[in-house]
Design a protein around this ligand. Sequence first.
Ligand code: SAH
Length: 395
Amino acid sequence: MSAKVILKPKRAQPFFGRHPWVFAGAIERVEGNPADGDEVELVSTAGNFVARGLFNSQSKINVRLYSWVEGVPLDRAFFRNRLESALRLRHDILKLNAPEAGYRVCFSESDFLSGMIVDRYGDWLTVQFTALGLAKRREMLVEVLRELLNPKGVYLRTEKGIGKLEGVELHDQLLWGEPPPSDLSIVENGLRIFVNLAEGQKTGYYLDQRDNRAAVAKLCTGKRVLDAFCYTGGFGLYAAKAGAAEVLGLDASEPALELARRNVQANGLSNISFECADVFHRLAELVAAGRQFEVVILDPPKFARNRAAVPEALKGYRRLHQLALKLLARNGVLVSCCCTGLIAMADLEDIIAQVSVEAKRELQILERRGSAPDHPVAVTCRETGYLKCIISWVL
Ligand code: SAH
């Protein structure tokens, strides 16, 4: 018999609606004294089964839900089944499993596995645990991943602050197999891209922008392109390969730019250069110098982690767009990316509208895009859709 978590009256609706996060405030009482990481049954005040999840008294999310089927334990077979279904999407439908491919195997709540992210980079996997319940089951989960994907190595990446939020001590390390080679690379849409999975940002690379890079590249042939926040080359490499007249990539991370230069060489490109700089500062300098581009790409990092930080974040996006419009030649393409989940597509559009009016530039949205489909949005947890990419045409 697993322990029971009983909900307060009138609090069960989101969980019958299959949202996976049960915060302490919704809970009336806990029966059966579960330890952190233990399986629990979530029941309504009337005593009806709602879902099964893993308990963690140390997290604000007291229970993370994984199954809405009564009587099915959250055991190895259950998790294997979830991972198999995540792989069915990536392999059978999206056809992402080429030998040197990079793709997201499993994306936490998006794949009904709250707190576990798995990326594949060729023969290596990176795993991130952001939930204690799954972190405790990591040996079993890595074993299942080995059965399903047969990697050469599995590397653990940790997100800053997660230890404190979940009460779990994890450190970046090799979990199984051989360490990744220092020249590990993937092939993405025909481009060779070096990835440092031990030290790179995120789990090494921004896989979520794959399709947006391809969509933007089509508009770059013969154009002068500015790729602001380029990381290891990203959009800029695609633009250069698509025959841009000239590409300038900007990023504040020198290690990222080292990989970017390596990527340029590996792909035999010559029409691209990089500068290590603070984008806000450098864009202002480029404006002062009278520089113009026909394509300007903005792909800044997440600007807000909580609601209190949103107003300041909006100011940042506004400032970037003001500078970008000054650098954008007439009849130019503006690419506005925003990975701050707390800022919605409509908020980003509001900023773009306001800034274009201020600048007296007519602007038309050509495409509203999200992340690549190996980062799906669970309809029962819409917070999983965080990435926005708006491609506009500016007169
Ligand atoms: N466009 C990239 C991903 C960008 S991620 C791609 O397609 O892969 C955001 C990047 O912004 C990171 O590489 C980070 O180093 C950089 N960054 C963050 N703050 C910055 C700043 N103020 N100026 C310049 N770069 C910054």
